[in-house]
Design a protein around this ligand. Structure first.
Ligand code: GLN
Length: 284
């Protein structure tokens, strides 16, 4: 039987997470705020507030899961991305802040013709992060969100419903197979690009994420290669392809694009200063 504890006492257990995360203090606050269904700030306004037995048990359970390394986003079932929150589960990659660079870049590239009824695709949508950010930005854009995993698509569709986004169609497919030819003004993808066998796959959050969303053959380039090649069919002439990739894949991705006839190839760095995103225009 658990004892009655206060918010302050619950937060004093934060050190239990020291072994899993540098952000242990913040993480215990996130978990407690989640259990109490309140903002983090509220925890500091009411330190003497007692947790109900049920809340205390739920908090203990979540702290234990985190101690074992499970990602915070899977424990709380949610993750903030761009200007909204997504439901997430272990069937999908947890959206990363660096992927917001892809959204920002897509919006900037399309700015000159943003009032047109553009068609965009997000290949390997996972939780729907990129597709939803773009769909919310312009209601008259039509987005195709693709994933090979029916579980991922179901979650992405649920997220669209929760966010009341209606300008996305969902498509179960391998990359762009079956999508309309010469139809898209922009295609974005954050495919798996970590090399199979890379030691990072055995560290931190990545251990709990689906390897289908993370790992790729050919030094992590196999899916990027396939996408570059296949997307020529679905992109309109001079339409944009945006690819997220690994910190050391800039040159390889640029070569793939050049060899496939794309032009205006450029790479953008993320907030950590890492080469993260390469954009290019389709030969048509
Ligand atoms: N950026 C992720 C990571 O290295 C990988 C995501 C991906 O493979 N698309 O943690």
């Amino acid at each position: 039987m658990s004892m009655v504890i206060t918010i302050k006492q619950a937060l004093s257990q934060a050190q239990r997470l020291q072994g899993v995360s540098e952000g242990w203090r913040l993480e215990s606050e996130i978990l407690l705020a989640h259990v109490l269904n309140c903002e983090r700030e509220t925890l500091f306004a009411w330190p003497a507030q007692e947790l109900s037995r049920q809340q205390a048990d739920a908090y203990q359970n979540m702290m234990q899961r985190r101690e074992r390394g499970e990602p915070i986003a899977y424990i709380t079932g949610k993750k903030a991305f761009w200007d909204f929150e997504l439901k997430v589960n272990p069937q999908v990659l947890i959206p990363r802040p660096e992927t917001e660079l892809l959204v920002e870049t897509a919006i900037n590239l399309l700015q000159p013709k943003c009032s047109a009824a553009l068609r965009l695709a997000d290949l390997g949508t996972g939780s729907g992060a990129i597709a939803l950010a773009l769909a919310r930005h312009r209601k008259h854009w039509r987005i195709t969100a693709v994933d090979i995993s029916p579980q991922a698509l179901a979650l992405a569709a649920e997220n669209a419903q929760l966010l009341q986004v209606e300008n996305i169609e969902f498509c179960e497919s391998s990359w762009c197979d079956g999508l309309d030819a010469r139809a898209y003004d922009l295609v974005a993808a954050n495919p798996p690009y970590v090399a199979v066998g890379d030691r990072h796959l055995q560290q931190g959050d990545l251990r709990f994420e689906p390897s289908i969303a993370l790992a790729a053959e050919a030094s992590g380039l196999s899916h990027l290669q396939e996408i570059v090649k296949k997307c020529r069919k679905i992109l309109k002439k001079e339409a944009w392809l945006l690819l997220e990739h690994g910190f050391d894949q800039k040159q390889a991705v640029s070569n793939l694009l050049r060899d496939a006839g794309y032009s205006n190839i450029s790479c953008a760095v993320d907030l950590a200063g890492v080469d993260r995103l390469t954009c290019a225009q389709s030969p048509g």
